[in-house]
Each structure stands twice: as structure tokens, then as C-alpha cells.
Ligand binder design. Structure first.
Ligand code: NAD
Length: 329
């Protein structure tokens, strides 16, 4: 029996997470799902997007299936629920795979993983200022850089043993300089891994022009966030992009996409990113066979092309796509 915290969040998070739960239940594996509410809707009701009871409850489970939360613009002092949660759970490594898949506009030969530092950088949450001038503190620490670099090299060792270190250390000499130095130090412990370095602007261009050259991409927080969305765009878009946020004691699985207010409530959100995130969860808990089967079911539905949501060229609903995946499973 696996205990799983389930946190749908806002917008389409509420539509796709139940579908991931349905897909997991259809495996026949035994799960105990424990639901918790966080996000903007909770903030509007209770004044706090991530109540302490939710954090305590989520932590009582070893893994969490997360949807997405809304972070509205223009509300001073509102902090993003997912950033608060990631910090509270100590999940410092955001693992975002992008792999070619059988949809019309997916590029061939792409199989890369962005390993993004998840706790600091420009997302440190330390901001101050007034109407004339505002500041955000970009924090890079030795400890956080070292643990994310170790995680990326470990992943590279299990893959094609190529790692691209992405920084802007020529300009951000202190912060990215530290991230780079620490990463290159960790590289010395892994001589089997071929290391290339790219500045983030050039990396962004190469991901578009020749994504096939990448295996593991190691990057500080903001660069990893942007490059992974860019990579997702090459292989079918956000509706197909899963991720895992891993720490020493906890793991949270979440689609890369947000709450998508433009389509929320219409029943047409693509559930595949959430279902593929659930597949990453199955791998994490050691259910490799079911992880593989679930991914194969998603791929077969994509290949058949009959049950696709509008974001990838179809006209099916969220529920119909999940039904097709469960049938294929
Ligand atoms: P978004 O990812 O929500 O949406 C971007 C575009 O992709 C939209 O056109 C949307 O319709 C489409 N899209 C995303 N997921 C889809 C899916 N599963 N199926 C079909 N189409 C999909 O990004 P945004 O519009 O920039 O942000 C909306 C809100 O989500 C904001 O409040 C933002 O702060 C928040 N957000 C949250 C997370 C998170 O919780 N992890 C991540 C990103 C954005």
C-alpha cells in the first residue's frame, strides 16, 4: 500500500490531478490517496495559500502528486504556493525530461533532462523596493549548488553520460561563478561523464537548433525553468511535459504547466503531463514495470491519434483522453 499526498491546486490542476489518480488506480496497485488544498483559491478563502496543516499533512506521506497553482499578478505580498511548498518539503532538484513523442510537431531524436536547482537563485523570494526601484536577491550557495550538481551527475551516469553545465558566469561572476566552480568540482568526481559548458543564451539557441546534442542539462533555478519549457515546446508542448521535484526525504511529482486559466473549467486540459508525472512517481517508488506500462499506454494513445486534447491537435476532452489511456493500459 502506497500513501500519496494529492494536491490538485487551482485551475486545471483540479482537472488533471484526478485523472492521474484514476490512471494510477487502474494499475491495480494499492494506493491510499490523501487530498490537501493549497493555492490561490485557499488564499481567497483563508488568507493563506499554504496553511500549515496542509504542509504537516503532506509531509506525512512519502510522495506527493501536485497539479498547479495560480500566482496572480499585482497582489503584493502574495507568495507562490508551489514555491512555498517546494521549500517546505526540501525538494531541491527539479527534474524535467523532454523526449520526442508521436505528435505531429514533435522534433525527432530529442531525449534530454533539465536538472534545475529548485530552492534559490532568482526564486529566493527575497525582494524589496518601492515604486522607484525594486530588488530581488539572487542567492547561490555552495551547499545547494553541490547537492544539485551531485544529483545531475548521478542522473547523467544512469543515462548517456553527457552533461551540459549552463550558466551566465561571464557576467554574473559571483553567483553563477560559484555555481560553475562547485559543479566543475563535482565533475572531477565523475570522470566518466563528458561535461560541456554553455552560456544560457547560447544554450537557449542550441535547444531550438540542435536539441539532439543534449543529454542532461544542469542549470540554476530560472535558467532551468525557462530552458525546460523551451524543450517541452519542441516535443509537443506543456500538455505533455512532466516533472519531479526531489529532495533527500521527499519527492513531489508535478506537470511543468501552470493552472492555465485560459482553458480551466472547459474540460479540455491535457491530462498527459500529470499522468506522465505519476509515471515518474511510480519509478521513484520502485514500480518500474507499471511506470513503463503507463508511459507505453500514453504513447499508444498519441500514436493512435483518436483521443487527443486540442493543445495537440485533437478535439477530445480530458476525461476521454484518460479513458483511452486506461483502456490502453
Ligand atoms: P500555463 O502553463 O498555465 O499555461 C500556458 C499555456 O499552455 C496556456 O495557453 C495553457 O492553456 C496551455 N496549457 C498548459 N497546460 C496545459 C494542458 N495540460 N493542456 C492544454 N493546454 C495547456 O502558464 P501561464 O498561463 O503562464 O500561467 C497561468 C498561471 O499558472 C499563473 O498564475 C502562473 O503563476 C501559474 N503557474 C503555476 C505553475 C505551478 O504551479 N507549478 C507553473 C507555471 C505557472
Amino acid at each position: 500500500m502506497y500513501d500519496v499526498a494529492v494536491v490538485p491546486g487551482d485551475g486545471i490542476g483540479k482537472e488533471v490531478v484526478p485523472e492521474a489518480v484514476r490512471a494510477l488506480e487502474s494499475t491495480g496497485l494499492e494506493f491510499n490517496f490523501h487530498r490537501f488544498d493549497v493555492g490561490y483559491e485557499v488564499f481567497k478563502r483563508d488568507g493563506n495559500p499554504v496553511p500549515n496543516e496542509a504542509i504537516v499533512g503532506i509531509k506525512q506521506n512519502p510522495v506527493c502528486l501536485f497539479g498547479a497553482t495560480t500566482t496572480p499578478l499585482g497582489i503584493p505580498n502574495y507568495s507562490s504556493a508551489i514555491l512555498t511548498l517546494r521549500k517546505a518539503l526540501g525538494v531541491y532538484a527539479n527534474i524535467r525530461p523532454a523526449k520526442s513523442c508521436p505528435v505531429r510537431w514533435s522534433r525527432d531524436g530529442v531525449d534530454l533532462v533539465v536538472v534545475r536547482e529548485n530552492t534559490e537563485g532568482l526564486y529566493s523570494g527575497i525582494e524589496f523596493g518601492d515604486r522607484d526601484r525594486a530588488y530581488t536577491l539572487r542567492v547561490i550557495s555552495l551547499e545547494a549548488s553541490e547537492r544539485i550538481a551531485k544529483c545531475a551527475f548521478k542522473l547523467a551516469m544512469s543515462r548517456r553520460r553527457q552533461l551540459t553545465l549552463v550558466t551566465k558566469a561571464n557576467v554574473l561572476r559571483k553567483t553563477d561563478g560559484l555555481f560553475r566552480d562547485v559543479s566543475l568540482g563535482v565533475a572531477e568526481e565523475h570522470p566518466e561523464v563528458e561535461v560541456n559548458e554553455l552560456l544560457v543564451d547560447v544554450a537557449a539557441m542550441h535547444i531550438v537548433m540542435k536539441p539532439q546534442i543534449f543529454d542532461v542539462i544542469l542549470a540554476p533555478n530560472l535558467y532551468g525553468d525557462i530552458l525546460s519549457d523551451e524543450a517541452a515546446g519542441l516535443v509537443g508542448g506543456l500538455g505533455l511535459a512532466p516533472s519531479a521535484s526531489i529532495g533527500d526525504d521527499y519527492a513531489l511529482f508535478e506537470p511543468v504547466h501552470g493552472s492555465a486559466p485560459d482553458i480551466a473549467g472547459k474540460g479540455i486540459a491535457n491530462p498527459m503531463a500529470a499522468i506522465l508525472s505519476a509515471k515518474m512517481m511510480l519509478e521513484h517508488i520502485g514500480e518500474d514495470k507499471w511506470a513503463h506500462k503507463l508511459e507505453a499506454a500514453v504513447i499508444s494513445v498519441l500514436m493512435e491519434g483518436k483521443h487527443l486534447t486540442p493543445d495537440i491537435g485533437g478535439n477530445s476532452t480530458t476525461l476521454e483522453v484518460t479513458d483511452a489511456i486506461i483502456k490502453a493500459l
